[in-house]
Design a protein around this ligand. Structure first.
Ligand code: AMP
Length: 197
């Protein structure tokens, strides 16, 4: 692909689809920060901040942190100078209320979203990946019951966002199965055809 350009991107997909891994590669390529709400919450939990204390009970249960809390956190993050020219959101928005709030945030900067990448995966393989990650990372929200709850919430609250972005002509669906580097290449190929702002 040509010269890297600044982009405003969203990475979507069910828990375990490999969003975080791909988000890091894609963001690096475009020279924009990868903003992972899950990572920011986890950093706050481990530092014991007020935000972390608030978020932890929801995270441990596999529930979504309330929209007001999450929205404010993202608003603050994308106002930082490094996000001035673009960003890749990983794990946000997850609800329709968050979509609306994000629209307001981006509009107020005079910019627009460039694309929403959705990783499509096989559900059984996803659960297997999550169980493996639990062994490696020791994440407290990667237990069987919590994994099932997170998948369920994704289906109920987040999957409907796919149609919202499809209607806006922003959706890019990418096969998330197979080798990590193959998936990365598929995303680059798909983004190559997105008009640059
Ligand atoms: P993740 O690392 O993206 O799987 O996020 C881990 C957990 O953080 C989720 O299960 C939620 O409890 C919380 N979380 C992350 N992003 C959001 C969001 N956009 N809205 C609400 N809760 C979130």
């Amino acid at each position: 692909m040509g010269t890297p350009h600044k982009m405003r991107l969203i990475m979507m997909g069910p828990p375990g689809a490999g969003k975080g891994t791909q988000a890091t590669f894609i963001a690096e390529h475009f020279g924009i920060p990868a903003v992972s709400t899950g990572d920011i919450f986890r950093a706050n939990v481990s530092r014991g901040t007020a935000l972390g204390v608030k978020a932890k009970e929801y995270m441990d249960a596999g529930e979504y942190v309330p929209d007001e809390v999450t929205n404010e956190m993202v608003r603050n993050r994308i106002q930082e100078p490094d996000a001035d020219k673009g960003f890749l959101l990983d794990g946000y928005p997850r609800t329709l209320a968050q979509v609306e709030e994000l629209d307001t945030m981006i509009k107020s900067t005079g910019h627009a979203l460039d694309a929403v990448v959705v990783l499509t995966v096989d559900q059984d393989e996803v659960v297997e990946r999550l169980l493996q990650r639990a062994l490696i990372d020791g994440r407290t929200d990667d237990t069987g019951d919590v994994i099932r709850r997170r998948q369920e919430l994704y289906g109920e609250e987040t999957a409907p966002l796919i149609e919202v972005y499809r209607d806006r002509g922003l959706l890019i669906e990418v096969d998330g199965m197979g080798q990590v580097e193959d998936v990365t290449q598929r995303i680059f190929d798909a983004l190559d055809v997105v008009p640059q702002s």
